[in-house]
Each structure stands twice: as structure tokens, then as C-alpha cells.
Design a binder for this molecule. Structure first.
Ligand SMILES: Nc1ncnc2c1ncn2[C@@H]1O[C@H](COP(=O)(O)OP(=O)(O)O)[C@@H](O)[C@H]1O
Ligand SMILES: [Mg+2]
Length: 430
């Protein structure tokens, strides 16, 4: 079977690595991929082939697919989904995994998701949507100034401002609604009450009518140790987390996703892909902060290192509507991913630095370095983005997995590299 994976970040390298292990895969392209995907080999023989086409360049992707006829295309990034890549491929008779444009609205419009949650009784924050700054301000005042103010559309993970008082809320309204910091994406904003609690990443595969909930994981959004500094795309993850038992985790999943799937059915939304609600566990129960319509990055890196099913089977089951007949099987081992970023991240990061130590790590057991922002140049691996690598390790206990991940991190070196030193610590002490 010939596969095409769309995207070139850490998530896509992780998907490629896992898909390449399927004996069913005889050819695998990744567009555009990175230096890590280019080095992967297939269990069935052969190597992964990077194709130099951007993940959002739909016309070029379509003409590549028309010519090469992949049996299955797998979409990684939210941007491609929001552009309707799934609808475009389907219109050409090409099989593709991921939600269509209508279903991808759960991520591409926070206002849509918020309305949907209210219609179907999905527990969420008290919230309203605004395009008028004065009305937004009045609602912030009602909330005592402690709010989350969110651009409606996609904003590269930078569209949310948290305020602790009315002055901060007003400044956020200025920035988002008046100055249009994110262009069209902040023509409307969603204002939520500020929630406190433990934040978790809920992931579930969905085939249009059934959901299969993945085990627990937790991301680390802030750049600095101890959750200090600005938000990032995610600086590290681990799975499982100790905050909830497996049973309680499933319960939270069903509390959110049972009404969600009923709502999808009654609105004619055919969601086939991965749904990832960001959830806050508050003292009065779980509350959904937002939905993502694709695999988390770096959550994918820890999930693929624990998943025992053939991933091609699972993705096909999402398309066939047969997910209920494919129970997920997980290794009991814990997995930890530590992200290494370039200098300047989460602002604009330095690029073009040579990365040392990668070959040595390839010989270590139970460690996998997933590439994110890397590129091959004259035989060397060079940094090419904010988040550069996701060093992932697994072992019998979370502590052992964490030690193994950091031992590998210590062998990697490039100019200006930065990483958090406390990934998974919450899971060990907590
Ligand atoms: N209502 C809220 N109360 C407290 N913190 C919030 C709230 N909504 C979002 N956050 C914080 O802001 C982060 C980003 O918000 P989120 O809705 O996940 O948007 P995005 O991931 O698109 O940036 C969350 O991971 C969470 O830490
Ligand atoms: Mg989020």
C-alpha cells in the first residue's frame, strides 16, 4: 500500500515512524517532511521519500496525488484541514484520513465550537462571542476581569490572552478586536471565564459514529521551567498521567465526547479523524477549553511510542466506520518527550545551526528522536524552525523514561538550544 503523509513537524515524523512499521506499507511519501522523516525506513523494505511540497499547497499536492495515486493520504496539520484538503482529495476520488472542512471547524472556529458545546450540553467555561469591543468589555467586567480572550480563527497557538483584571482584558480586546492582531482570525473573539485546575490533553479517534479514547497525557505549554514565560506550541509531554485512574479518564472522555458525537450526528457533521479537546479538570468537574481536530504535537510522539496496533488498520477503520471493532492496545510503559527548541523561540527562532549528537543517540535503546524543524544540507542536519527536536524515551516507570529522555537530550548539541528541565515532573510528584 502506498501512503502520503502531509506535514513536516514533529507530529508528522512520529506518524511516519509508526506508519512505516506497518508491514502493509510498501511506499511512503512525506510532504514536505523533514530531515528525520527522510531517514526512516519501512518494515516492508525501502526508505521514506520526502516530497518538496508545502502542507498547504493544495493544487501541487493534488497534482502529485493524481500522478502517484497514494492508496491513503494522512493529514497532520490543522492549517491543511481548515483549507479543506480532505474535501479536495475526496472530490478527486482519493482516499484521505482527517476531518473534512465542515468537521475541521471544531478547530478552525472557536466561536463555532463554543456554540456547539452550548447546544449539546458539553461542559465548558461560561462564555460569549463578540465582534463589538464595548460589548466584550462589559462581559469581561461581569467576569471580574479574569478571563480568557481568544481569537476565533487559527492563530498558530498564539491567539489566546489570559487576563487577571479589567485593564488587562481591555488591552487584550484592543489587541485582538480593534488592532486585529490576527487579521480575519480575530474579527470575532470568544471570551471565557478564567478556569483553574489541572489541564489535560484528551485525544480520541473517531469514525463518524464511534470514538476510541486514547490514554492520558499532559503537555507543557509554557517555555520555561515551572510553567513560567510565554505559551509555546508545546515543550514536552508524557503519558500516562497520574491525576486520574484509567477508568476516571475514560469517564471524562465520555462526558465530553458522548454529547459531542450526538451533536455531530444531528448536525450532519461527519468527523473521521482525531478529535482532541483541551480540558481543564476544575473542582466542579471537567470543562472543555477548546477543540483541536488533529493529533497534538508533541502528544503524538508519546502516543506512537506506546501504541501497539498497526496504525494503518486504525486509520482505515476511521474511514470505514469500523473503529468499534478495533480496540486500541497500549504498552504499559510510560513515555516522555522533551522538546528542544532554537534560540528565540517562541518568538522568531534562529535557524541554520548544525545539530550534533544524533547518530550516537540512534544506538541507544528505548529512545527515538523525532525531528520537527530540521532540514538536511550537505549531509548535515541543520535547524530549520522554532521547535527542532522531540527527544522521546519509554521505560517501565515514568521516572525511568524521564531519565532516559534527559540522558539522550544531554548528548545533543546545537548553538542556542533550549529545553525545559522539568518535563513529566508533575506526573512523578503528583
Ligand atoms: N478559560 C480558560 N481559563 C484558564 N486558562 C485558559 C482558558 N482557556 C485557555 N486557557 C489557557 O490558554 C491555553 C491556550 O488556550 P486554547 O483555548 O487551548 O487555545 P490554543 O491552543 O488555540 O492557543 C490553554 O492551553 C490554557 O492553558
Ligand atoms: Mg490549545
Amino acid at each position: 500500500m502506498k501512503l502520503l503523509v502531509i506535514g513536516g513537524g514533529g507530529r508528522e515524523h512520529a506518524l511516519v515512524w509508526k506508519l512505516a512499521q506497518s508491514p502493509r506499507v510498501t511506499h511512503l511519501w512525506c510532504a514536505p517532511g523533514n530531515a528525520g522523516t527522510a531517514r526512516e525506513t519501512l518494515a516492508a523494505g525501502g526508505t521514506v521519500e520526502n516530497v518538496a511540497i508545502g502542507a498547504e499547497d493544495l493544487p501541487t499536492l493534488i497534482s502529485f496525488a493524481r500522478k502517484n495515486r497514494p492508496d491513503l493520504t494522512v493529514v497532520g496539520p490543522d492549517g491543511s484541514l481548515a483549507l479543506g484538503i480532505v474535501d479536495t482529495f475526496q472530490a478527486e476520488g482519493l482516499r484521505i484520513w482527517g476531518p473534512n472542512q465542515k468537521a475541521a471547524q471544531f478547530e478552525s472556529s472557536k466561536a463555532f465550537s463554543q456554540d456547539f458545546m452550548e447546544r449539546y450540553g458539553i461542559p465548558t467555561a461560561r462564555s460569549r462571542t463578540f465582534s463589538d469591543p464595548t460589548e466584550a468589555r462589559n462581559f469581561c467586567a461581569e467576569l471580574g476581569g479574569r478571563c480568557a480572550l481568544k481569537a476565533d480563527g487559527l492563530a498558530l497557538g498564539k491567539g489566546v490572552i489570559l487576563s487577571q483584571n479589567l485593564d488587562e482584558a481591555e488591552a487584550a480586546i484592543q489587541q485582538l478586536l480593534v488592532q486585529r492582531a490576527f487579521g480575519e482570525a480575530s474579527r470575532q473573539i470568544v471570551v471565557q471565564e478564567f478556569l483553574e485546575g489541572i489541564e489535560i490533553s484528551l485525544h480520541a479517534l473517531c469514525d463518524g459514529s464511534h470514538v476510541q479514547i486514547l490514554p492520558s497525557s499532559q503537555d507543557h505549554k509554557r517555555i520555561g521551567d515551572g510553567d513560567q514565560g510565554p505559551n509555546t506550541g508545546g515543550m514536552g509531554t508524557y503519558s500516562p498521567t497520574p491525576f486520574l485512574s484509567d477508568v476516571a479518564w475514560e469517564q471524562v472522555g465520555h462526558t465530553v465526547l458522548d454529547p459531542w458525537i450526538r451533536g455531530c450526528a444531528s448536525e450532519g457533521i461527519d468527523f473521521r479523524g482525531l478529535i482532541y479537546p483541551g480540558v481543564m479538570l476544575t473542582s466542579s468537574g471537567p470543562r472543555v477549553l477548546e477543540f483541536n481536530a488533529r493529533w497534538g504535537d508533541p502528544e503524538t510522539q508519546v502516543y506512537v511510542t506506546r501504541l501497539e496496533n498497526d496504525m494503518v488498520d486504525l486509520l482505515e477503520a476511521c474511514l470505514d466506520g469500523s473503529l468499534d471493532r478495533h480496540p486500541l492496545r497500549w504498552s504499559r510503559q510510560a513515555s516522555v518527550c522533551v522538546v528542544i527548541a532554537g534560540a528565540g523561540y517562541p518568538g522568531s527562532a534562529e535557524r541554520g545551526k548544525v545539530i550534533h549528537g544524533l547518530d550516537e543517540i540512534e544506538r541507544l535503546p528505548k529512545v527515538k528522536v523525532f525531528h520537527a524543524g530540521t532540514v538536511l544540507k550537505e549531509g548535515q542536519v541543520i535547524t530549520n524552525g522554532g521547535r527542532v527536536l522531540g527527544v522521546t524515551a519509554w521505560d517501565e516507570t515514568l521516572t525511568a523514561a524521564r531519565d532516559r529522555a534527559y540522558a539522550a537530550v544531554s548528548r545533543i548539541c546545537f548553538d542556542g538550544m533550549q529545553f525545559r528541565h522539568d518535563i513529566a515532573v508533575k506526573g512523578i510528584i503528583g
